[in-house]
Ligand binder design. Sequence first.
Ligand SMILES: [Cu+2]
Length: 138
Amino acid sequence: MNKKLFVLLMMILALALSACENSGSTKKVSFTMTDFAFAPNEFSVTAGQEITLNITHNGSMEHNFIVMKYGTDAGEMFDETDKGNVLWAVSLQPGDSKTVIFTAPEQPGTYQILCGMPGHMQSGMVGKLVVTEQLQQK
Ligand SMILES: [Cu+2]
């Protein structure tokens, strides 16, 4: 096979693959942040799934949405020692609603969600992300 044809075939393959990815559905999840709660505060997603998070900030101070790595939690409070265990985080200022993409982890299980602002976790800004195993395609 000559080189030009090979390159062309690879380009077609790449296009076909990206088309497949785009056709996969993104799961839409909406929640609200207030002082001091996430509503809802429990989310169920499928491993590896693309999640479109619609976040509405109805509070009066900065909040963040942190997902801790599998098997870790922040304990009594979120501090410096917990920063290395952050899997994913997004921060919002009051009035700053956002739509962000989050890819669910591959490892099924329960992950801790919290707000890392000092004292917010203790005030109730905690939640759970439940990742369920991907169903086998038939
Ligand atoms: Cu907060």
